[in-house]
Design a protein around this ligand. Structure first.
Ligand code: FES
Length: 705
């Protein structure tokens, strides 16, 4: 079984096992998991073959957005990443076009038709992630009735995938607390509020011109919700990338990977490679290592990673090579990924011949950015509804920013309904802007001159919104400019006659693992260095020899581990103590855990032709087919659609549209000349009978949770 049985942060409780069938074979799943996770846990990565060219199909988004994961469940085509497994469920691959289920001529469907249920609510919140829950809590505090709908089977959105401590401000957004724990806190607050209702596995299908929102619950029950105010907090979808081999099973979004690993404790791969050095890619690499998965490398096309430097440094120190100014040329393999080929790019982002390298891997994560799921908000505004957007659905930023924007939107929604919320202070809006901001200046790292006593060394030298270290020092020795928490923290050796006691609280709480504690008191020539680690305590033992590194991952030397400390107060952050020579003790920022051989390139690079580049993954339309039409003068995407079937597939054009625009850009066509296609109205594929109120045969009436 491909399960994660041990994890440094996530609990691994025992689960009830249930049998299901895959191609007639009995497999075991965990109760409450999705079909895709159950299949991955059993080593099944290929879910079928495409009707057009027989290409193998797997997952891409694991988030209901791409339709790549179609399987037959008891004969009905369903998205494996959304549908939960049931005991005895017969799951089959989709080989070619699925056959429509037979309707018995003797079956009187009219007898099973029901009136469509309609519900009126003061506030409907689409999305139970950080923004939606935070908004709901503000509404709940004021007794405003709100209904929260979420298409997943649990609340929390992307927070449930985040094992690391959060950045931002302790005061405003629980900084210093792990994302998974923030999700639990928010859910508890929501559930304790009597004015809030929750529907899980409830997907918003569309916002209609009569100002009703169609909601599909558990894929079977259809409800029309009429809200006085709509708040869209539906999050974001991952961007796709065009390169040969981009649809092979094993190429998937970083969010999909985190879903499998951190939500469902499935180990989908032994060795992966990452494209994209933003926070999502960097964190996904870190999560892989925590789950015992080797990371062969990460490429970022820009000269610097766009994510927080502390995330980048953490990954580099653990032994993952980061290739900036590099791009992916191809994912290679026949039925699934076997290797990836990358190359350096010039100043125009063109691959430089002769710089190609291939790495063995079975998984390639795409982490090249996110697009807001904003279509519900746009439609609501078009149809004259009172509507707000929060979190990534409004603007892509960190989850901490989504929490705070949710709080503000919650107050704005309450105010729009006539509740007195007082003035929402300018300070709140300023904090929201700070939390959303991109990383600022990177300053040269300064190493303290002192070589006596005990003190922390702050290895964080990039301006990002983050302040947990300032709140935990019992003697207030770490300070950040309170008017702007993006400024770098400063350490003061004494205040009010009190100095550092070596309590290590700052070491344990830093979300970037960027603080160490150097103690010269016992042996000034071989001081002890306390280093934070978010790996199982058993990873290292006293007496082990380890390579220690500076902030950016350069090896400083090999030293002996003196002790490994795991105490409850440090909340699963282990403190490793090493004794190191005075010459470099203060420069030590981390330990290398991944052996270097994991990132050795193959001896020869693997080539693949451009023709393999798929733009529309649902209809398997290549870049070459679309480019030809653009070169022939076509500027209307509707015409391209009619001639090639691009964007006519079941994902509703969500994954290919940005790629088609990119092809136009590559051909030098200005955006103003492109005629876009209308947005497809339904967010998900839905059995037609749902709209006629065809009652579910199984009589399922799920929803309220
Ligand atoms: S993988 Fe299931 S919809 Fe994308």
């Amino acid at each position: 079984m491909f399960r994660i049985d041990r994890h440094p942060i996530l609990p691994t409780p025992s689960h009830t096992e249930i049998p299901f069938f895959w191609e007639g074979r009995t497999l075991m799943a965990r109760e409450g998991e999705t079909i895709s996770s159950a299949l991955f846990a059993n080593g099944v990565r290929i879910f079928g073959h495409h009707p057009k060219d027989g290409a193998a199909q797997g997952i891409f988004c694991a988030n209901g957005q791409c339709s790549q994961c179609l399987v037959l469940a008891d004969g009905i085509p369903v998205k494996a990443c959304l549908e939960l497994i049931r005991p005895g469920l017969r799951v089959e691959p989709v080989e070619g076009l699925p056959v429509l289920p037979r309707v018995d001529a003797a079956d009187d469907l009219s007898a099973r038709l029901k009136d469509i249920e309609e519900v009126r609510v003061p506030v409907l919140i689409i999305g139970g992630g950080p923004a939606g829950l935070s908004a709901a809590i503000e509404l709940g505090k004021r007794g405003v009735e709100a209904l929260i709908i979420d298409d997943k089977h649990r609340l929390g959105g992307k927070l449930v995938l985040q094992t690391h401590r959060f950045f931002g401000s302790i005061e405003a957004v629980y900084a210093g607390t792990r994302g998974i724990d923030i999700a639990t806190r928010l859910e508890k607050d929501v559930r304790s509020s009597p004015s809030l209702r929750i529907w899980l596995q409830a997907a918003a299908l569309a916002v209609f011109s009569d100002r009703k929102v169609g909601v599909l619950i558990e894929g079977r029950r259809y409800v029309l919700v009429s809200p006085e105010v709509l708040l869209v907090a539906a999050g974001a979808r991952e961007k796709n990338l065009a390169f040969p081999g981009n649809t092979l099973p094993g190429v998937y979004g970083a969010g999909a990977f985190q879903t499998l690993v951190n939500r469902d404790l499935v180990k989908p791969t032994g060795r992966l490679f990452i494209v994209g050095g933003g926070n999502v890619g960097l964190i996904a690499g870190y999560h892989a290592l925590q789950a015992g998965i080797a990371v062969s490398g990460l490429v970022e096309v820009m000269p610097e990673c766009g994510g927080y430097k502390v995330h980048r440094d953490k990954l580099a120190r653990l032994g993952v090579p980061i290739f900036t100014s590099h791009t992916v040329l191809s994912a290679n393999g026949t039925e699934r990924v076997e290797s990836v080929t990358v190359a350096r790019v010039d100043e125009h982002f063109r691959p430089v011949p002769g710089t190609e390298k291939s790495f063995a891997c079975d998984t390639l994560l795409i982490a090249v950015g996110l697009d807001p799921v904003s279509e519900f908000y746009e439609k609501a505004r078009e149809f004259g509804m009172t509507a707000f957007a929060a979190g990534d659905a409004e603007e892509i930023a960190e989850a901490s920013a989504a929490i705070f924007s949710g709080k503000i939107r919650g107050l704005e929604v309450a105010r729009s309904l006539g509740h007195d919320v007082g003035g929402i202070s300018e300070e709140w809006y300023r904090t929201a802007e700070i939390l959303k901001s991109k990383p600022g200046k990177t300053l040269p790292e300064t190493v303290p001159e002192d070589e006596s006593g005990v003190f922390p060394v702050l290895h964080c030298n990039q301006e990002i919104p983050c302040d947990p270290c300032t709140a935990v020092c019992p003697n207030n020795l770490i300070e950040i400019d309170r008017t702007d928490i993006r400024m770098l923290p400063a350490f003061f050796s004494s205040r009010d006659g009190k100095g550092c006691t070596g309590c290590e609280r700052c070491v344990a709480i830093c979300p970037g693992l960027a603080i160490t504690m150097v103690d010269f008191r016992k042996d000034p020539e071989f001081p002890t260095v306390a280093i934070p680690l978010e790996f199982p305590k058993e990873t290292l033992r006293a007496g082990d020899s380890v390579v220690v590194e500076d902030t950016e991952g350069q090896a400083l030397g090999r030293v002996e581990v003196a002790a490994v400390k795991a105490i409850k107060a440090n909340d699963r952050t282990v403190i490793v103590k090493v004794r190191a020579p005075r010459e470099y003790a203060k420069k030590i920022a981390g330990l290398r855990l991944q052996p270097e051989r994991e990132s050795d390139p193959l001896e020869r690079y693997v080539e693949r032709t451009e023709d393999d580049t798929i733009i529309c993954r649902c209809e398997r339309v290549t870049a070459g087919e679309i480019r030809k039409l653009i070169r022939e003068g076509l500027r209307d995407i509707n015409e391209i659609k009619a001639l090639t079937r691009t964007s006519m597939g079941s994902c509703g054009a969500k994954t290919c549209t940005p790629l088609v625009h990119r092809l136009f850009r590559e051909e030098g066509v200005p955006e103003s000349e492109i005629v876009d296609q209308p947005k497809r109205p339904l967010f998900l594929e839905v059995p037609l009978g749902v709209f006629a109120g065809l009652a579910d045969e199984k009589g399922k009436e799920g929803g309220e949770a």
